[in-house]
Design a protein around this ligand. Structure first.
Ligand code: AMP
Length: 297
């Protein structure tokens, strides 16, 4: 299963993604986590992203698309993944479409967690307090002034994806204001419907493939039968013609050579014509059989 979790910062994407990982054995691909790791490791990407992230701006599309393109190639992503924080712009979504198409993979659903902004600010403030209480480092970009910039970026650059995926009939919107448990239950409920729809689409596809194979096989058998019938008639005709020639030469020996040859030639022509008609009839029957089988298949 391949999913996208869509929602503003603080909507609960990370929490719900972790639950999906446990329940469905998918990997969570968070571009935010990957970028933070790159910043910590001071890689060229990290150095490029550091300032942008600290000021609540988005990292350039080509950077995150490159990261995701590499990541979905990894063996652990084979069984499916949850994209958390990616795509964040329409060009990123288009790039993802291209990547999946190239790999002949399907996107199962985009789960949008819808929340209201004032609630978000409250949530993130609470998260900051909890982290401080645990003695953890608070994310630089969770500070109120940066957070409002991130929310602005979401509204301007990411929210158009709601329309993008709704047009593609992939969007499932969930009320992110419910409790964590309730949101999880609702995600599971909508995913169950998606899985059931995928299964029935798969079995319909398999049935179509099976029937196409059957039709092809039947057509092949009928073709062979036609060929065989035509071959047999041709053989018979040749045999009869040979017999006719033999009779002709016998008659020639017995009586007037000229009239015997003429008589034999007429006989050969008649027999050959009859044999030809039989061959034609057999071929016609075979063609009819093919048509019947194709209709049925
Ligand atoms: P997140 O942890 O998802 O809130 O991401 C933290 C920061 O990483 C964002 O504010 C951006 O600066 C950057 N970032 C993460 N994902 C993306 C993305 N898909 N496109 C651009 N920037 C991103």
């Amino acid at each position: 299963m391949r999913l996208i979790l869509l929602g503003p910062p603080g909507a609960g994407k990370g929490t719900q993604a972790q639950r999906l990982v446990q329940k469905h054995g998918l990997v969570q691909l968070s571009t935010g986590d990957m970028l933070r790791a790159a910043v910590a490791a001071q890689t060229p990407i990290g150095l490029q992203a550091k300032e942008l992230m600290a000021s609540g701006q988005l990292v350039p599309d080509e950077v995150v698309v490159g990261i995701i393109a590499d990541r979905i190639e990894q063996p652990d992503a084979k069984n499916g993944f949850i994209l958390d924080g990616f795509p964040r712009t329409v060009p990123q979504a288009e790039a993802l479409d291209g990547l999946l198409k190239k790999k002949k993979l399907n996107l199962d659903a985009v789960i949008e967690l819808r929340v209201n902004e004032s609630a978000l600010l409250h949530r993130v403030e609470k998260r900051v307090v909890e982290m401080l209480a645990r003695g953890e480092n608070v994310r630089e970009d969770d500070k109120p002034e940066v957070l409002s910039k991130r929310l602005h970026a979401y509204r301007e650059q990411t929210e158009p994806l709601v329309h993008y995926y709704s047009e593609k009939r992939k969007l499932l919107t969930i009320d992110g204001m419910m409790t964590i448990e309730e949101v999880t239950a609702e995600i599971e409920r909508v995913l169950a419907a998606v899985i059931a729809a995928d299964k029935s689409a798969d079995s319909a596809k398999a049935a179509r493939r099976k029937s196409a194979a059957k039709t092809g096989k039947a057509a092949g058998t009928a073709k062979k039968a036609t060929k065989k019938a035509a071959g047999q008639s041709a053989k018979k005709t040749t045999k009869k013609a040979k017999k006719g020639t033999r009779t002709a030469s016998k008659s020639a020996k017995k009586g007037s050579a000229g009239s015997a040859r003429r008589g034999a030639a007429v006989k050969v022509r008649t027999k050959a014509r009859r044999a030809g008609k039989v061959a034609k009839k057999t071929a016609k029957k075979a063609v009819k059989a093919v048509k019947r089988l194709t209709k049925r298949g």
